[in-house]
Every structure is written in C-alpha cells, then in structure tokens.
Design a protein around this ligand. Structure first.
Ligand code: DON
Length: 316
C-alpha cells in the first residue's frame, strides 16, 4: 500500500528527501516578497503565512512539510488537467482546431489571440475558457461535474468547490467574460457564453491542498496513472501533449525563464499553488499565496529552483 510520510518537526531520522524539503521550508519561510492576489476579492483573504510543500514519487510515497493540508483554490492549475481531459474526450483534432500550442509571451489574462483568432495555448485564460467551451458543448449542464470528477481522479479523492471564491470571481470576472465573447465572435465558442464562463469559474474554484497537487502532478509525471490509486486517469497521448504545453507556456510570460532556470514542466495558479511534473520521476505541489508580478507564487518558485538545482533535475 502507498506509504505517507507526514512530518511535523525536524528529526535526523528522516530520509534525505524529507530533510531537503524541511531545509527548503525553513530557508524560504522568512521570504517577504510578493502579494496575495486580490483582483478576485475572496482570494485576498488567504493567509500569507501559509506555506506547504509536498512531493509525490511514482512509487506512491508522499513527502510533506508545512501547511500541506490547507485547502486553497486550484485556479489556473486546473488548466492542464482540463486540457488533457478535452484531448481524450473530444479528440486532438477537435481541440487543436480551435486552440493553439504556441507560447503567447503575454500575461495569463491577455485578450490577444493568435493570427487565426484562436487562443495561443490552453494555459492562458483564453485557451482554458475555450477548453471549458468545448467540454460544455459536448457535456452540456454536466460539463462542470465531468471536470470536477476527472480532477478528483488525478488527486485520488473527491474534490469540492469553494463557493465563496466562485461567487467572488463570477461577480468580478468581466475580463474573462470579454474573452468569452471575443472567442464567440471567432467561432471558438459556439454557444452560451455565460454557461461556459460558469464552468470555467467553477473549475478555477475547486479546492485542493499542496498534497493533492503533488499527487496530481505525479499523475502527469506517471503517464496518466495516479501513483496512489493506480487508476489510468487520461491517456499517455494526452499527458505528453499537456506536459509539452506546460513546458512552453505553463508559467505565462515567465515560461522561458522558468524552463531555463528550473527545467521542469509546471503550472501555477493565483490561489498560490505551483505544481511541477518531472516525467517518470516525481510530482511537486507547493502552496504559498504571495505572488510575483506574473501571478506565480514567490516561495513556490524558490522551492522549484532549489529542488531542480539540488537534485540536478533540469530535463535538458
Ligand atoms: O481566470 C482567472 O483570472 C483565475 N480564475 C485564474 C488565473 C490564474 O490562476 C493565473 N495563474 N497564475
């Protein structure tokens, strides 16, 4: 059965990986830079002191330090999973007919589309809203629950929605609505824009912990098989395409810097999460809500940089 190593205090009897995570935690806990996102007002209530790091290996071990059980909203970290789900549900041809795979070099909320008037990729808001639209066109009113259940299979447990964050984003999400209508005038979304936005806002409000996101990342790293439940959640085909887009675009207008410095496919969310999936090796999930100007968690970036350097994990 899977073994969970849960820690509360330092001890020299801990395995080296856990000792490394403890050192990271202690080194970056005092980090003062960054600010909690508040453009979605409810996110502004997050506790900036929270910091959790979880690492899941493909043999089913989960290493944890800090606030790894604190729930927070998945936000943009939902995007790779929904993209993978769309590829498997609708076929690559349908998905690729309306969503590109080039990095945009723009911030996550940019309204700029590519030369074909399609979203640049599925990691920016426009591409994710297009993905939600494709699934809504196929599943109708059942689209959100279809997504929620799939994300639950990645995490290995049923996931809920933070209704307050959902309501807060729905009340203030006019920029995303504008993107939705722009996508409809370009026939990327073919029907009810408010219903599609509702799916998108709800998927962003799914509650996860750092531990969940480590397991979700490990499932990406394990060709779609959850290392704890051993369920094949999506196909290896969808995983390879998803990790490719995460590699080139997962960190938005920091993506080039990220792959240069860290070299591990990753995705961030404005809730404060970063997940990183190193193929055939491990999944990392970190939670710390203070973000830099790109919308990426400041402590999370430091953890990933340090992990990559310490264990020489850069994929190239
Ligand atoms: O659409 C939005 O603005 C949010 N629901 C998600 C954005 C996000 O997480 C960007 N990530 N770093």
């Amino acid at each position: 059965p899977p073994v969970t190593a849960t820690t509360t205090a330092w001890s020299s009897s801990k395995p080296p990986l856990l000792r490394f995570l403890h050192t990271c935690y202690a080194d970056f806990l005092p980090e003062a830079a960054g600010a909690v996102a508040d453009y979605i007002p409810e996110l502004g209530k997050a506790d900036p002191a929270h910091f959790g790091i979880s690492l899941a290996t493909l043999d089913g071990h989960v290493y944890e330090v800090g606030d790894t059980g604190v729930p927070f909203t998945i936000q943009s970290m939902s995007k790779p999973f929904v993209f993978a789900l769309a590829l498997d549900t609708l076929g690559a041809e349908r998905v690729e007919s309306v969503i590109g795979v080039e990095p945009s070099g723009d911030p996550f909320n940019s309204i700029r589309l590519n030369a074909e008037n399609h979203p640049f990729n599925a990691m920016v808001n426009a591409g994710a809203i297009a993905c939600s639209g494709l699934l809504h066109a196929d599943k109708g009113d059942g689209a959100f629950d279809y997504i929620r259940q799939a994300l639950g299979r990645f995490a290995g447990r049923e996931l809920d929605v933070d209704e307050a964050v959902y309501a807060s984003e729905s009340a203030t999400g006019d920029r995303n609505r504008a993107i939705g209508y722009l996508l409809r005038t370009n026939s990327v979304i073919i029907e009810n824009v408010p219903a599609v936005l509702d799916v998108y806002f709800r998927q962003c409000s799914i509650l996860v912990t750092a531990r969940d996101t480590a397991v979700m990342a490990a499932t990406l790293a394990n060709r779609g098989i959850n290392p704890l439940t051993e369920e094949q959640v999506v196909t290896p085909y969808a995983i390879a395409r998803t990790l490719s887009v995460m590699t080139s675009s997962g960190m938005y207008d920091y993506a080039g810097e990220w792959i240069y410095r860290v070299g591990i496919p990753a995705k961030s969310g404005v809730g404060g999460g970063i997940l990183a999936a190193l193929p055939a090796r491990l999944g990392l999930g970190s939670y710390s809500p203070k973000l830099d100007k790109h919308g990426n968690s400041v402590r999370g970036i430091k953890v990933c940089e340090t992990l990559s350097a310490h264990y020489d994990l850069h994929i190239l």
